[in-house]
Design a binder for this molecule. Structure first.
Ligand code: SF4
Length: 220
């Protein structure tokens, strides 16, 4: 079973039936940036709570509003997300860097081709390739497949890519998923990783794509 576009489309079709279509609308890119930094090394529940604390305090999140908080106050508000001091410093530094270049209009920094935007985003404190790609995909609507820890696991088990190199795995997914399906494909594969293809103990006997999976197919 060699990975091919047809094979991947079949997998996405099954996952869409399993989880329902993953509709997504473009999100405010700056709020997405803050949410993504908060989500690093913590659970979805805790990062959402930290994000909500910021929204209650500031309303719409903007670079100037975040930069106006002291690092201590910011760390207090996002404490529940863990690594609060580190994240507070990153969010403040990123907010100031954006303010200097684009004032409060972060979307100006997203204009241009994905490679140029990716270079700008990864120059911001706390923004790695995955965070940059989340912003590209869901803040700009660019046809990229962000690869998080779940998509790394799924890529390896499905035989898409065994590399731990971010770019190689992203490009392997992008060769298999048509541009128009990449954002939804990311969300469907993320759910597959969270619900069935967990790193420690995959639930292969329950997995809806087992017949198409070279690892699950062998597991009895
Ligand atoms: S069959 Fe098992 S290894 Fe394959 S995708 Fe499903 S859970 Fe992961």
């Amino acid at each position: 079973m060699r990975p091919s576009r047809e094979w991947m489309l079949e997998i996405l079709k099954i996952l869409r039936k399993t989880f329902g279509p993953m509709r997504h609308s473009l999100e405010d890119p700056f709020e997405l940036l803050v949410a993504t930094i908060l989500s690093q090394n913590t659970s979805d529940v805790n990062s959402r709570r930290a994000f909500r604390n910021l929204k209650v305090k500031l309303g719409k999140l903007t670079p100037s509003r975040l930069a106006s908080l002291s690092e201590r106050e910011l760390a207090r508000l996002i404490k529940v997300s863990g690594l609060a001091n580190v994240k507070a410093r990153r969010i403040r530094q990123a907010s100031k860097a954006i303010l200097e270049k684009f004032e409060d209009d972060f979307s100006r920094g997203l204009k241009g081709n994905p490679e140029a935007v990716r270079a700008f985003l990864t120059s911001l404190p706390g923004v790695g390739e995955k965070t940059a790609d989340v912003i590209l995909a869901f803040g700009k609507g660019a046809p990229v497949v962000p690869v998080d820890t779940h998509l790394f696991t799924v890529a390896s088990r499905l035989g898409i890519a065994s590399s731990r190199n971010y770019r190689e795995v992203r490009e392997a997914y992008e060769r298999l998923i048509p541009e128009s399906e990449r954002a939804e494909g990311h969300l469907l594969l993320l759910n597959l990783g969270k619900v069935y293809c967990q790193a420690r103990k995959p639930k292969c006997s329950l997995c809806p794509i087992r017949r198409l999976c070279p690892t699950g197919g062998k597991s009895g």
